[in-house]
Structure formats: C-alpha cells, structure tokens
Write a protein that binds this ligand. Structure first.
Ligand SMILES: [Zn+2]
Length: 146
C-alpha cells in the first residue's frame, strides 16, 4: 500500500475509529462505577484520533506531501507516549493476583482489581488508598470534560 493510498484510507476511515472511541466514552459515562480517570483516558484518545484525522484530511485535501503522514504519526505517537499514564490506564490482568479482568472491569473500574481482590477490604489500620502503580496523580477535578 502506497503512502498516498494509506492517507486516503485514513482520511476516509479515521472517523469511524473516532466514533467508536466516543461511543465507548458515552458508555463509560452511563456506567455508574466508571472511574473518572478511565473516562478521561478515552477522551484523550478521542482528541488524539481527532487530531490525526484532521491532519490526514488536510494532507489529502491540499495535496501536501504524503510523507507528512509519517511526521504526523510520529508527533502524535510522541505525545501519546509522553502522556501514556493518562491515556492508557487500562490493564488486562488484576494488579494483585494477576488473574484476567473482565471487559467491564478493564473499561470502567479504577483499581484494575478482579472481583475477588476488590471485595477483600484493605488490611487493618491501613490507609484506604490503594495507591495503585502508574502514579494515580492524573488530572482530576474541575477540568473534567462535560
Ligand atoms: Zn485479583
């Protein structure tokens, strides 16, 4: 597939990827257990895909050099890597026992713990903050996109 064809394909189809991510974000909104950080993560993902889509459409529409796509992917990839903790808080296995997590838990639950591990209360006298790895100092609060 040539770079030109790739750009055309992306310009035509990135919209559906964006739509899928926004749909997921809406589902997270509906789910009461959904964590704010994971909702923010799908929001950031949507922003990155939107930037990718707009950039690609500009390249195709104005007949810009196709190699700009590589620059675009590089720049967005760099940004995504830099903010990877915020953008990708999802884990496929339980942080405590390593067991597999259900799709719901992956998408909605903050702690990335399986049913068994989450039910068990934290040890006596311990702080109630599990202090998950990955630095849960994500942006929270008034900047929550509505
Ligand atoms: Zn577990």
């Amino acid at each position: 597939m040539s770079l030109t064809a790739l750009n055309r394909f992306l310009a035509d189809n990135l919209f559906y990827l964006l739509l899928g991510i926004l749909l997921l974000n809406m589902l997270q909104r509906r789910e009461r257990a959904a964590s704010a950080n994971k909702r923010l993560a799908t929001f950031y993902l949507a922003v990155i895909v939107l930037a990718w889509m707009i950039g690609t459409i500009l390249i195709v529409h104005f007949g810009l050099p196709d190699a700009l796509q590589l620059l675009l992917i590089g720049a967005l990839g760099f940004a995504a890597y830099h903010f990877r903790v915020q953008i990708w808080p999802f884990r496929r296995s339980c942080l405590k026992c390593g067991g597999p997590l259900s799709g719901k838990r992956i998408l909605y639950h903050e702690a990335n713990l399986c049913e068994n591990c989450e039910v068990i209360p934290p040890g006596p006298g311990g702080s109630s903050e599990p202090g998950g790895p990955g630095g849960s100092t994500g942006p929270r609060g008034p900047s929550d996109p509505a």
